[in-house]
Write a protein that binds this ligand. Structure first.
Ligand code: 1CP
Length: 348
């Protein structure tokens, strides 16, 4: 099939194709028995992300099972700080843990020059996935590369671990803006390097996860979410004019309209709380929308899920749209509910 005919690429280029393409955030992961098997084999989560054979396998597993329209590189958001030389570990059953970055000395220890070498195994995974998709006959499946957006990556680095409010990171943004500006500037440059390495290796679309964007007040949202994202989109598009960029400013609420217009992203991801009709009114019609089924509706399945799916699909018909969740799939998700969801969307 002609590359331009891939459903995801069509939607991201502003075409209202129907039924819409579908993929799910965190579609590779612990809800899949075949993922748990290779996770056990790799031992350490960082080893899983940086062993191309295993990471490519994890990326392909959900495609084989469900035939999604996109594969997303199996990696993780803190691999960028790790590539910059920041410490990173994963505790069993938990998220990432890092040394909290709180001063200029810790910032000075980060080294952007390390990034291309450190991410070479991740780029190799991208290369293998593209080859695997072709070899296994998934001709219309698009490969998405990704990075955490600078603000969200900074949240984890400053805090040192996951949090619901990232108080230390927000305090630094208000209380030591010079240091926070420098961290965001470094992460902006490093993100461009990282995404470029993925695109050079075969990523056809890139996505910026700004999972904690909505924690900021308006002026800081502009400075630490909109401005770095605008820079990244501009520089990626200078180098790769045909590679669409998806931005996911989670929890951004009414800021999503300004984010869509100003950053120049090709698509915006809507989180679970967003009213899709309201978003459609404030985002330009040529910008694709992506989202936003509640991951818990997918766990529930049945009529509850069907009702939520229809409430999303109805208002999205006639728009460039990509069906997805409003946040990542959770480990307790029944595999058969995912298959049922794909059928529902395909029958739209
Ligand atoms: O135990 C395990 O096997 C690890 C679980 C796991 C997995 C499968 C983590 C730990 N990360 C991932 C993969 C992952 N993470 C992908 C792979 C591609 C996919 O299938 O979608 C992607 C795109 C991510 C991105 C990511 N990691 C985000 C952004 C999206 C989001 O969920 O908001 C964030 C915030 C992370 C950090 C992270 N990594 C892992 C966990 C449990 C967390 C959240 C930690 C926390 O906030 O407490």
């Amino acid at each position: 099939m002609d590359e331009r005919a891939k459903p995801l690429l069509q939607a991201l280029r502003g075409n209202a194709i129907w039924p819409p393409p579908i993929w799910l955030m965190r579609q590779a992961g612990r809800y899949l028995p075949e993922y748990r098997a290779i996770r056990g084999k790799a031992g350490d989560f960082i080893a899983l992300c940086t062993t191309p054979e295993l990471a490519a396998e994890a990326t392909l597993q959900p495609i084989r099972r469900f035939g999604f329209d996109a594969a997303i590189l199996f990696s993780d958001l803190p691999l960028l700080p790790w590539a910059l030389g920041h410490g990173l570990t994963y505790r069993e059953g938990e998220g990432p843990v890092m040394p909290p970055l709180r001063d200029a000395k810790a910032l000075a220890a980060l080294d952007r020059a390390r990034v291309p070498g450190a991410v070479a195994p991740i780029a190799e995974t991208v290369h293998r996935v593209r080859a695997g998709l072709a070899a296994e006959g998934f001709a219309d499946c698009t490969l998405i590369g990704f990075s955490g957006a600078p603000f969200t990556v900074a949240c984890y680095m400053v805090e040192g671990h996951g949090s619901h409010d990232f108080a230390a990171a927000r305090l630094m943004a208000h209380g030591d803006p010079t240091l926070f500006d420098q961290l965001i500037a470094l992460l902006t440059d490093a993100t461009i390097d990282y995404l470029s390495a993925q695109i050079d290796a075969g990523a056809e679309v890139v996505m910026l996860f700004d999972s904690w964007a909505g924690l900021l007040p308006p002026r800081l949202f502009r400075r630490y979410v909109v401005e770095p994202t605008t820079t990244i989109v501009r520089r990626v598009k200078q180098r790769y004019p045909n590679v669409p960029v998806i931005g996911f400013p989670r929890l951004a609420g009414a800021h999503i309209g300004g984010y869509a217009v100003e950053t120049g992203v090709d698509a915006v991801g809507m989180d679970t709380g967003m009213d899709v009709s309201g978003v459609a009114r404030i985002v330009p019609a040529a910008t694709a929308l992506q989202g936003n089924l509640d991951p818990m509706a997918l766990v529930a399945g049945g009529d509850a899920m069907r009702g939520e799916v229809n409430a999303i699909l109805g208002p999205m018909r006639g728009r460039p749209f990509v069906f997805n969740l409003g946040h990542g799939i959770v480990p307790q998700t029944p595999v058969e509910h995912v298959a049922a969801l794909v059928e529902l969307v395909r029958a739209a």
